[in-house]
Design a protein around this ligand. Structure first.
Ligand SMILES: NC(=O)c1ccc[n+]([C@@H]2O[C@H](COP(=O)([O-])OP(=O)(O)OC[C@H]3O[C@@H](n4cnc5c(N)ncnc54)[C@H](O)[C@@H]3O)[C@@H](O)[C@H]2O)c1
Length: 346
């Protein structure tokens, strides 16, 4: 039985990975999560709390003592913990520096003091900035365009330095855009879904022609498990892109959501572009497929339908979040006051 420490395991992707491991034999899961506005215990099925294979620690990855205790007797660490909403990073940088960079540095340093089998850092394609060549391979220049991306790039390169300096078994994954169930409703797909359902405008930055490469979270989870399963010598010190090669722009996504709900295209409302907005991200997955024998299984249209079905059937999950001050305040400040969009008060 391997015990995996999952930091940020109460968030969107982290909780998907926890649910993935809990459905498989041979894993114990210890979650360390601060429960920021994005962390959510409702992401764990009720029966987990009675299962001896599941442990939850509420704590901050910047707290050395908490991290040291959480790392005891684990076989691997997977770090999902971060502040993740780019818009919020444009609004206020400090939480991103503290969680994404300083937090990762504390985890790495404690891992150095007490190394276990593997440390997997969940980085992001945003570290590349807009594509200079497509598709984008792991050696694409690192030119982050938002404060979020810059702090993630710092942590990504810190992982590299820890492998180089201390020879530690550290692996960096750079997922391109992820979508699926349990995603906080400020992110584009659930945001469009919840807006459209309420006949509110789907706020689209600029032309809406910027593209992203989309992966359904269960496919990513399979890859993360594979990174834990293969011999360390195959992956230590390496960076792997995670993507599907399926490039969709924001307008296509808005229209797909509207068509799913039978709502008119006129709900799309173009607003001022976000400063530093990345135009294009397309993943080159050759290295990942070759080394880890992995590729996505779920086509975007299939995954999107599964995702939207889930949001339709789990209204209580997102309505509870959208009633909270943390959601309403940001929505109001960012869209109405900062970008001057004509939206009803959060
Ligand atoms: N969502 C995407 O499309 C995407 C794409 C590429 C990479 N990523 C990366 O994947 C990871 C997970 O992203 P997500 O979309 O699930 O994010 P999320 O915002 O849904 O979840 C982040 C989790 O981290 C926790 N957290 C934040 N600061 C913490 C701290 N200081 N200590 C402990 N816990 C803390 C939060 O409580 C939350 O549960 C992040 O590292 C993100 O950069 C996400």
């Amino acid at each position: 039985m391997r015990r995996i420490l999952v930091t940020g395991g109460a968030g969107f992707i982290g909780s998907g990975f926890v649910r993935h491991l809990m459905c498989r034999k041979g894993f114990r899961v210890r979650v360390l999560d601060k429960l920021t506005y994005a962390g959510n215990l409702d992401n764990f099925p009720k029966h987990f709390w009675k299962d001896k294979r599941f442990e939850f620690i509420r704590g901050d990855i910047r707290n050395r003592k908490v991290v040291r205790d959480a790392m005891r007797r684990v076989d691997a660490v997977v770090n999902f913990a971060a502040q993740t909403h780019i818009d919020r990073s444009v609004d206020s940088i400090e939480p991103f520096v503290m969680a994404d960079f300083v937090g990762a540095s504390v985890l790495l340093d404690e891992f150095r003091r007490n190394p276990c089998g593997r440390f997997v850092q969940i980085s992001t394609c945003e570290v590349y900035g807009s594509a200079r060549t497509v598709p984008m391979a792991e050696d694409h220049p690192i030119m982050p365009q938002s404060p979020y991306a810059a702090t993630k790039a710092g942590a990504d390169r810190l992982c590299h330095s820890f492998h180089q300096t201390y020879g530690l078994p550290i692996v960096v994954l750079r997922p391109f855009n992820q979508y699926g169930t349990n995603q906080y409703p400020e992110k584009v797909i659930p945001f469009f879904f919840t807006q459209a359902l309420a006949d509110r405008p789907l706020l689209v930055y600029g032309s809406g022609r910027n593209t992203r490469d989309w992966t359904y979270v269960p496919d990513l989870c399979e890859l993360v498990q594979r990174v834990l399963d293969v011999p360390a010598s195959r992956v230590a010190g390496e960076v792997f892109n995670v993507g599907s090669g399926e490039e969709k722009n924001v307008l296509e996504i808005a229209r797909a959501v509207l068509s799913y709900l039978g709502k008119p295209k006129s709900l799309v409302q173009h607003i001022k572009d976000r400063p530093g907005h990345v135009q294009r991200l397309v993943c080159n997955t050759h290295k990942t497929s070759r080394t880890l024998k992995w590729k996505t299984r779920t086509r975007f249209d299939q995954g999107l339908k599964l995702t939207l079905d889930w949001y339709m059937e789990n209204r209580a999950w997102w309505q509870k979040i959208m009633r909270r001050k943390a959601f309403r305040e940001f929505y109001d400040r960012w869209y109405r006051k900062t970008l001057g969009a004509k939206v009803a008060k959060g």
